[in-house]
Ligand binder design. Structure first.
Ligand SMILES: Cc1cc2nc3c(=O)[nH]c(=O)nc-3n(C[C@H](O)[C@H](O)[C@H](O)COP(=O)(O)O)c2cc1C
Length: 168
């Protein structure tokens, strides 16, 4: 798919077919995330690919219970000590966000649906996945073939989000 077509076609998908996803496709989309840029190339992330129904169920209980119905859930965890900090900004969230979006766009390129999941009980998610205390659970996405075709959600106009030389 053309790059802008991938960008235009991606949607947050909240209904999934039960069809299995080829392992090669899962590896390809994690590969896209692996190649993401990061602060000083620190690559603070680890992707947990969840296929076990019990683990999916426990993770779904941490927030957004509907994700349990996707054939796969991928959770990105991050070591907050790896990237740098600038003032009060910690870069692990940004680095993990970039990597996750690589993953999401690579999935869209394969016709696979995803949905960023940021609203969850982090302690419950960490317990479900066996994540150690020093590692943050940043976000998850269900992954599967879409069982819905939502229209493109509205965005602010280009002229409202772009200015030249000075912030206006
Ligand atoms: C950081 C982040 C966290 C999000 N968390 C959730 C979430 O917890 N649950 C959910 O259903 N959607 C979540 N979303 C999806 C947004 O609601 C969605 O991207 C937005 O409404 C635009 O729709 P679109 O992705 O189809 O373009 C999240 C998106 C982002 C970027």
């Amino acid at each position: 798919m053309d790059f802008m077509e991938v960008i235009n076609r991606r949607r947050s998908i909240r209904k999934y077919k039960p069809d299995a996803i080829p392992e090669e496709d899962i590896k390809d989309i994690i590969e896209a995330a692996r190649l993401a840029p990061s602060w000083a190339n620190s690559q603070c992330w680890k992707f947990v690919v969840i296929t076990d129904p019990d683990v999916k169920s426990q993770l779904a209980k941490a927030g957004n219970s509907w994700i349990e119905n996707a054939p796969v859930i991928i959770t990105i965890c991050a070591d907050p000590t790896k990237p740098g900090t600038k003032g009060d900004q910690e870069y692990y969230m940004l680095d993990a966000g970039i990597a996750m979006e690589h993953l999401i766009l690579a999935a869209a390129n394969k016709g696979l649906g995803t949905c960023w999941i940021g609203a969850f009980d982090e302690k419950a998610a960490a317990k479900a996945l066996g994540v150690p205390d020093n590692i943050r659970v940043v976000a998850s996405t269900p992954l599967g073939y879409p069982a819905e075709e939502p229209s493109q959600r509205p965005r602010r106009k280009l002229e409202d989000v772009m200015c030249i030389n000075r912030y206006e």
